[in-house]
Design a protein around this ligand. Structure first.
Ligand code: ADP
Ligand code: K
Ligand code: ZN
Length: 434
C-alpha cells in the first residue's frame, strides 16, 4: 500500500528540486540558529549561499555522534526549548546516550514516514499491530505506535517484557502484524511455543523487524517459523527513529529511504569522499525537514550502498541494501576484520542450530581469541555427543575457511544464552579487561 502515493512516486527531477529547496532552507536555519553549525561553516569557509546544487552537499562539514555528546543535552537544538514537545534518547549501544528533541511538526513527519514504511510492508487499517519494541526513551515503541495509528490500524502497545503474556495477547487480540527487534521477535516466538501458542496458526502475516543487524538467513528462519513476511526497517534516533528506510513487500530487495525528508550519501569511511551508487560505504544522512535537532551530513557508521534503479513497487525513492553492520561493530581478530553478521550467516546455514548466539572475544598471551557460542535445538541436543562434536568441527572449519579467523565453536544447551527484550547483545569483548 502506498500511504502517500504522490510523494512516494515523485519523479526524480521533482524529488531533487524539492531536496535542493529544502537543503538550502536547512542550511539557512542551522546557520542562523545553531552556533555549532555556524562555527563549522566558518571553519570550512562557506556560507549557506554557497549551496547552489545538490552536488554542493559535499562542501558541508560532517556531523558525528561525538558532536551530540559534546553538546549534551540540548546544545544542537535549532529551536527554543519550549518548541520541543518530545525528547528521546538513544539506547547507547555504543557509549553515552545522546538526546534528541522533536517539534510538533517533527512528530507529524515521523508518523508520516513510519506510516509510509508500514504501508510498504503491506500494513493497512484493517490490521492489528502488536508493537513489541520498547516504549520509553528508545524511539522504537512510540515510533511504530504513531505510524500504525496514522494508518488507522488497531495498535497494541505491548512494549518489551512479560514475554509469555505477550504471546497470549497476540493470540487473543488476533495480531496480524508484529513489530520487534528480530532477536526479541524470535524470543517471543519461542516463549509462545512454550506457552502452547503456535504463531503459524495465528492470523499473523507481517513482521516489521529492525533496530539491530540481522541477515537474510535469519529472515528465512523467521518467515518459516512464523509463516509471515519478515520485513526489514531501518532508522536511528539521531535522524528521527525507525522509519528512515523500509523494504517494500513487492520487491523485498533493499529499503526505500524517504528522500523527500532525508538526503543520503555513501562515503569512504576513511577518506570521507563520496562513493558512487552500488558501492558499499558509510551511510551519511542529512535531515531536510527536521526542526528540533536538524542533522547535517550525519555519519551513521552504518555500512550499506545506494540503489537508484526503478523498483517494481513504483516507489521512486532510492533503496539502501541490508546493513552490513556498524563500523563500530567490526571486530578485528588478529588483524582480520570480522562482522558478527558474517558469523551469523555461517551459523544459520546449519540445521539444528538456533538463532541464539554470542561472540566472545578475549586475549591469551597477547593474542586475540574468538569463541562462538550457539544454542542447538532440542532435537539436536538429544542426539549423540559424537554428532555434536562433528558439527562443532565443521563450523570451526567454515569460519576459518570463509572468514579467515580461527574460532572456538561451543554448542550450547537450548535456552542457555541470555535473551534480550530489545537489541540482542551479540558481542562480549573481554579484551583489555583482565
Ligand atoms: P543506539 O545507537 O543507542 O543503538 P538507536 O536505537 O538509534 O540507538 O540505534 C540505531 C542503530 O541501530 C542504527 O545506526 C543501526 O546501527 C542499527 N539499526 C537500526 N535498524 C537496523 C536494521 N534494520 N539493520 C541493521 N541495523 C539497524
Ligand atoms: K533503532
Ligand atoms: Zn519497492
Amino acid at each position: 500500500m502506498l500511504f502517500n502515493i504522490k510523494q512516494e512516486t515523485l519523479p526524480r527531477e521533482e524529488l531533487e528540486a524539492l531536496q535542493l529547496r529544502r537543503l538550502r532552507n536547512l542550511c539557512d536555519r542551522v546557520y542562523a540558529n545553531v552556533p555549532f553549525y555556524r562555527k563549522r561553516f566558518d571553519e570550512v569557509g562557506i556560507t549557506p549561499a554557497d549551496i547552489k546544487s545538490l552536488a554542493d552537499l559535499k562542501l558541508l562539514p560532517f556531523t558525528e555522534k561525538q558532536d551530540l555528546r559534546n553538546y549534551y543535552p540540548f546544545g544542537l537544538f535549532a529551536v527554543p526549548r519550549d518548541h520541543i514537545v518530545r525528547l528521546h534518547a538513544s539506547s547507547g549501544t555504543t557509549g553515552k546516550a545522546v538526546v534528541v528533541g522533536y517539534t510538533a511538526r517533527d512528530l507529524e513527519n515521523w508518523a508520516e514516514l513510519m506510516a509510509r514504511s508500514m504501508g510498504a510492508a503491506g500494513v493497512t487499517r484493517s490490521d492489528v499491530v502488536h508493537v513489541a519494541y520498547g516504549y520509553g526513551l528508545f524511539t522504537g515503541g512510540l515510533g511504530a505506535h504513531y505510524g500504525a495509528e496514522r494508518i488507522g490500524a488497531t495498535v497494541v502497545p505491548a512494549s518489551g517484557g512479560a514475554t509469555r503474556r505477550q504471546a497470549h495477547l497476540m493470540r487473543d487480540f488476533g495480531a496480524t502484524v508484529l513489530c520487534a527487534t528480530p532477536s526479541y521477535g524470535l524470543h517471543l516466538w519461542e516463549a509462545a511455543q512454550e506457552a502452547g501458542v503456535d504463531f503459524r496458526e495465528l492470523p499473523l502475516r507481517i513482521g516489521i523487524f529492525g533496530a539491530e543487524p540481522w541477515t537474510e538467513a535469519m529472515r528465512r528462519d523467521i518467515e518459516e517459523k512464523m509463516n509471515i513476511d519478515a520485513m526489514n526497517i531501518y532508522g536511528l534516533s539521531e535522524i528521527m527513529g525507525p522509519g528512515v528506510a523500509m523494504e517494500c513487500v513487492e520487491a523485498k530487495c533493499g529499503m526505500h529511504l524517504w528522500e523527500d525528508h532525508i538526503l543520503p550519501e555513501i562515503i569512504d569511511p576513511v577518506t570521507g569522499e563520496q562513493l558512487p551508487p552500488g558501492q558499499v560505504g558509510e551511510l551519511v544522512l542529512t535531515t531536510l525537514t527536521k526542526e528540533g535537532i536538524p542533522m547535517l551530513r550525519y555519519r551513521t557508521r552504518d555500512l550499506t550502498s545506494l540503489n537508484y534503479t526503478p523498483c517494481s513497487c513504483g516507489r521512486t525513492h532510492v533503496r539502501i541494501s541490508r546493513l552490513q553492520g556498524r563500523s563500530d561493530d567490526m571486530l578485528i581478530i588478529r588483524g582480520v576484520n570480522v562482522f558478527p553478521q558474517q558469523i551469523e550467516g555461517l551459523l544459520m546455514e546449519s540445521d539444528g542450530l538456533t538463532p541464539n548466539y554470542q561472540i566472545i572475544v578475549g586475549t591469551v598471551n597477547n593474542l586475540d581469541t574468538l569463541e562462538v557460542r550457539v544454542e542447538v535445538s532440542d532435537t539436536l541436543f538429544a542426539d549423540e555427543i559424537r554428532k555434536l562434536q562433528m558439527l562443532e568441527n565443521r563450523l570451526q572449519k567454515n569460519i576459518k575457511e570463509f572468514l579467515g579467523v580461527t574460532a572456538k565453536v561451543r554448542l550450547m544447551e537450548p535456552r542457555s544464552i541470555q535473551r534480550s527484550e530489545g537489541k540482542a547483545q551479540r558481542i562480549v569483548d573481554q579484551r583489555g579487561k583482565d
